[in-house]
Design a protein around this ligand. Structure first.
Ligand code: 5AD
Ligand code: SF4
Length: 465
């Protein structure tokens, strides 16, 4: 069945609640604080909630102590993220004692899970509002209930649909997120995402293009298209469009900007996509393509549905079409049953491919996923040892790759303030490498030409030309 949008009437009723909350708050100008855990999708969701809060009359603050409304947008991908969210919420008990009127809310992937809802109901009485990923667009009516009924509100219901036209308050600067699809159908056996974010659903290409045009008009220079698996974009739309087609359409939008996208799945990434990337001048030559493990046996048990050989052939095709492409990947170390031999194959793939950036994770069992009940023989020490070998091998590769940038002249996008006085700004290369820059008349949000004058493991250093 084709993806449904939340109906116009349902959305309109939320705008009515935004007005109703605004009337309740009157001219108090209350303050709202938000904290986001996890991925870019969560950051994009938080920007929607901030948009709604701002329309209600809340002012944003970076200080939870002075906030009247506090929100934690949570992540469930690994246990560590969950522990941090619980820790943060736990620490707010005193605030609630001092100022009984504040509203503490939790949303996101953790909030979508029944077991966490029970835990919060029982052990975190300071939380007065909890809503899951599917209920995000109903936030105004939920907050209205909290404020008027003076009781705790929990909502983890909802359909796999899409809400277009919600307000948004984006971070200022050079970069913006643009969600093109939600959910995931892949059910990798370690991953909780399909359970908390529902099935894949794509936004209509014309809606995405409209939003991109608005972002470009607002001055954003780097727009990242978001989805759990962007390569299956469009499959649910019932029209003849795939991700490569979408890239070409968006590339035709006038303006000087870079388009990035994440995340890609190797089973769906195709030569067609790499051709589109190579031919589209605004699409940054950068690819995040998680391979997770170099062992076919482990890949099979992860339900990834590709082999290491296939992965290598994709990289070879991408590099043949875009020789300067920068590549990054995600790896899970210590998946249940991973042997030293399996791990050696992961290490070999890393050494053969020579990624520019790696995100390496220790496997974290997630209740409700198949892998959580797989037998696991490796000890935590074995896993830690593998993890460290991987980091060391990757650092050696990165050191060589970074050194090769010495003296190069590159186009950079200035995106923030750096810490040190010598190089006051941060910037990104087209390949998304971090650069610290110095020079006259540098402004955040502008492209500059620069020359790399020295390099370190994590940063390139440049002066503006
Ligand atoms: N344990 C460790 N890492 C995980 N990831 C997803 N689920 C888990 C898990 N249970 C990693 C994958 C994914 C990235 C976003 O997080 O590498 O690509
Ligand atoms: Fe999780 Fe796999 Fe979906 Fe990525 S593709 S969100 S790892 S299930």
């Amino acid at each position: 069945m084709a993806t449904q949008n939340v109906s116009e009437e349902q959305l309109q009723s939320q705008f009515t609640y935004i007005d109703a909350v605004a009337r309740l708050l009157g001219d108090k100008h209350p303050k709202a604080y938000t904290h986001t855990f996890g991925c870019q999708q969560n950051e994009a969701d938080t920007e929607r909630i901030r948009g709604m809060l701002s329309e209600m009359g809340y002012e944003m603050t970076d200080t939870p102590d002075e906030a009247d409304f506090i929100l934690f947008n949570t992540c469930a991908v690994r246990e560590h993220a969950e522990d941090r969210a619980f820790g943060n919420v736990g620490a707010l008990r005193h605030l609630k004692k001092e100022r009984a009127g504040i509203v503490i809310a939790m949303c996101g992937c953790m909030a979508q899970q029944e077991k966490n809802v029970e835990k919060i109901k029982k052990s975190y009485p300071q939380v007065n509002l909890l809503f899951g990923t599917h209920a995000l667009w109903r936030f105004p009516s939920l907050l209205y209930r909290v404020l008027t009924e003076k009781k705790r509100v929990f909502d983890i219901g909802g359909e796999d649909d899409i809400a277009e036209g919600l307000p948004v308050l984006r971070a200022k600067g050079a970069k913006a997120w643009l969600s093109i699809m939600y959910g995931c159908n892949n059910f990798c056996t370690y991953c909780i995402v399909p359970y908390v974010r529902g099935r894949e659903r794509s936004r209509r290409p014309e809606e995405i293009e409209k939003e991109l045009r608005e972002l470009v008009a607002a001055g954003y220079k780097e727009i990242t298209l978001l989805g759990q698996n962007v390569n299956s974009y469009g499959k649910d739309l019932g029209i003849d469009v795939d991700f490569a087609d979408l890239l070409r359409r968006l590339n035709a939008v006038p303006g000087d900007f870079w388009l990035r996208f994440m995340t890609s799945h190797p089973k769906d990434a195709s030569p067609k996509l790499f051709s589109a990337m190579a031919e589209c001048d605004k699409v940054a030559k950068q690819l995040h393509l998680p391979f997770q493990s170099g062992s076919d046996e482990i890949l099979h048990r992860m339900n990834r549905r590709y082999t290491a050989e296939h992965y290598k052939s994709l990289i070879a095709d991408a590099r043949s079409k875009m020789p300067d492409i920068t590549l990054s990947s995600d790896i899970i170390v210590g998946f249940p049953g991973e042997t030293d031999e399996d791990f050696e194959q992961t290490l070999k793939l890393v050494q053969d491919t020579r990624f520019d950036l790696l995100f390496t994770f220790l496997y974290s069992p997630r209740t409700g996923t198949p892998a959580a009940s797989y037998e696991d023989n490796a000890t935590p020490q074995d896993k830690q040892r593998r993890f460290e070998r991987l980091l060391k091998a990757q650092d050696e590769i990165v050191a060589e790759k970074q050194a090769a940038y010495q003296g190069k002249k590159l186009r950079l996008l200035v995106d923030g303030n750096a810490k040190g006085p010598e190089y006051p700004f941060t910037a990104r290369t087209e390949g998304n490498l971090l650069v610290c820059v110095r020079g006259d008349d540098i402004k955040i949000g502008e492209f500059i030409e620069a020359e790399i004058e020295k390099t370190s493991l994590r940063c390139l250093f440049a002066h503006k030309l």
